[in-house]
Design a protein around this ligand. Structure first.
Ligand code: HEC
Ligand code: HEC
Length: 418
């Protein structure tokens, strides 16, 4: 019972410093969600991914916004419930956490979506808030999230390489090798047909939970969570974001919220399209025509330079049969999907070497040459891929155009960790 009271006290302390309103469309999309808030926290058929947290968070947002008084009462009930259920064993440190909460600077607003990019589709179970994003940003960079303290998410997703690793494939914690190239994280939230190269996982929350376990080797998340809760400023940030201590469930939620806010845009080419004639070279402008004429836009569709579909470009089909990656077929078990992979976005492509799902193209020019050749021949090769013969001058122009797609990421460097 004592714990419940503490949690209520924390929630109130939290409410006394309401986060700044955020003019971003992703934020606005979160707020009018009466039905999500009204859903009982333990509703059967929920995702099991922290619906309780998400429910109280929505109520929290309402209470901040000074909406219906019963929303506030409801919030307190919900907080008491959460307290009763919480695995909070460190009740004695609650006073420290309250103090740490009061000292926390307000979470920065969620960065604006860059021009031309659509709004990110929100998760009903895990609405994006500035507090979750700020927390997820730290967790993404924190090696304490891994089993042995050796790696963070950032170890394979570096900010200066559009959140790729720079290697063809990387070892996970424990030493097992990944079989695929670590994809860019910027704009990852725009995936419409599932995550990973083969689209096998439907939600961002499921991916972040899987990465925590699979890549960072965390079989016993409660042990990691206990370490995080022992760091008072972290515990305070969890309280502020989730009205709960760190749990095995809310760590992946915070990571997912961060990734929904991680975007890249405002590239030279975007500035040019907004009327800044000097933002790109004449060569890049010519390259834009080459890109269209060579039919690259059939799959790399602006503004994200992907069609969110899976295609067989034959990459890796030159390997012996038993060493091939079957891509989408692994997810769907449909032979027609053999060798299909998600069309990668070409935003920031100049920074994401090596290329393709297996990292087999070292330089951008190698990747482009393979695409210009119409992919690698195989029985399932996509019909849209046709050989395009172009002059060396057009090839240079095409590369200059692709370089003009390098933008600015919303989180360009490491955060300070608690
Ligand atoms: C050891 C390297 C490594 C680490 C560490 C790592 N990842 Fe990844 N990540 C990968 C690889 C490889 C893939 C692609 C796997 C596939 O497609 O089958 C990937 C894919 C992803 C995707 C899906 C991207 C897409 O385009 O669909 C997300 C999201 C992601 N990782 C987030 C994380 C998070 C969060 C963490 C930390 C908990 C993390 N990763 C840690 C290597 C890593
Ligand atoms: C049929 C759809 C399709 C067309 C047309 C197409 N691509 Fe691709 N592109 C893909 C797919 C799918 C991949 C990933 C293949 C893989 O890794 O197995 C890819 C990968 C790439 C990559 C590597 C990106 C990375 O991050 O790994 C580049 C660069 C690229 N394409 C450029 C082009 C260019 C230039 C053209 C026009 C000449 C083109 N593509 C035409 C579907 C297409």
């Amino acid at each position: 019972m004592r714990i419940s009271v503490c949690v209520v006290a924390l929630a109130i302390a939290c409410g006394s410093a309401p986060p700044k309103p955020v003019p971003d469309s992703t934020r606005q999309a979160v707020e009018p969600m009466p039905d999500a808030g009204a859903r009982p926290a333990n509703e059967p058929g929920g995702s099991g991914l922290g619906l309780a947290d998400a429910g109280s968070d929505v109520l929290g947002a309402k209470a901040d916004a000074g909406m219906a008084a019963d929303g506030g009462a409801n919030l307190r009930d919900r907080m008491a419930d959460a307290g009763a259920q919480a695995t909070n064993t460190a009740g004695t440190a609650a006073a420290d956490v309250t103090e740490a909460l009061q000292k926390l600077p307000a979470a920065p607003p969620i960065p604006e979506t860059p021009p031309f990019l659509p709004a990110v589709e929100e998760s009903n179970d895990n609405p994006t808030t500035p507090e979750k994003v700020a927390l997820g940003y730290k967790l993404f960079y924190d090696k304490r999230l891994s089993r042995d303290g050796s790696m963070s998410c950032e170890s394979c997703h570096h900010p200066d390489q559009a959140y790729t690793s720079g290697n063809a494939v990387d070892p996970k914690v424990g030493g097992a090798m990944n079989k695929r190239n670590a994809p860019a994280m910027a704009n990852v939230a725009y995936h419409q047909n599932g995550f990973y190269w083969d689209g096998r996982t439907p939600t961002m929350e499921a991916v972040t939970a899987a990465a925590w376990k699979g890549q960072l080797g965390v079989e016993k998340p409660d042990e990691v969570v206990a370490k995080l809760n022992a760091i008072t400023p972290y515990r305070a940030e969890f309280q502020r974001a989730f009205q709960s201590d760190a749990t095995a469930k809310n760590v992946p939620l915070a990571l997912a919220a961060f990734l929904r806010a991680l975007k890249s845009g405002n590239a030279g080419w975007d500035k040019y399209e907004q009327g800044d004639q000097k933002a790109v070279s004449r060569e890049a402008r010519r390259g834009s025509q080459v890109f269209q004429n060579a039919r690259c836009t059939l799959c790399h569709v602006p503004p994200l330079y992907t069609d969110s579909q899976f295609h067989n470009a034959g990459i890796g089909f030159d390997r012996p049969e038993d060493q091939r990656d079957h891509g989408r077929m692994d997810a769907t078990k449909d032979k027609a999907d053999d060798g299909k992979f998600l069309t990668p976005s070409l935003r920031d492509v100049a920074k994401t070497a090596p290329y393709f799902h297996d990292g087999s193209a070292k330089a951008l020019s190698d990747a482009v040459d393979r695409m210009l050749a119409g992919g690698v021949k195989n029985p399932n090769l996509d019909e849209k891929l046709k050989r395009a013969k172009i002059s060396p001058r057009d090839r240079r122009a095409l590369l200059a155009y692709l370089e003009s797609l390098t933008g600015q990421v919303t989180f360009p460097k490491a955060p300070d960790l608690p």
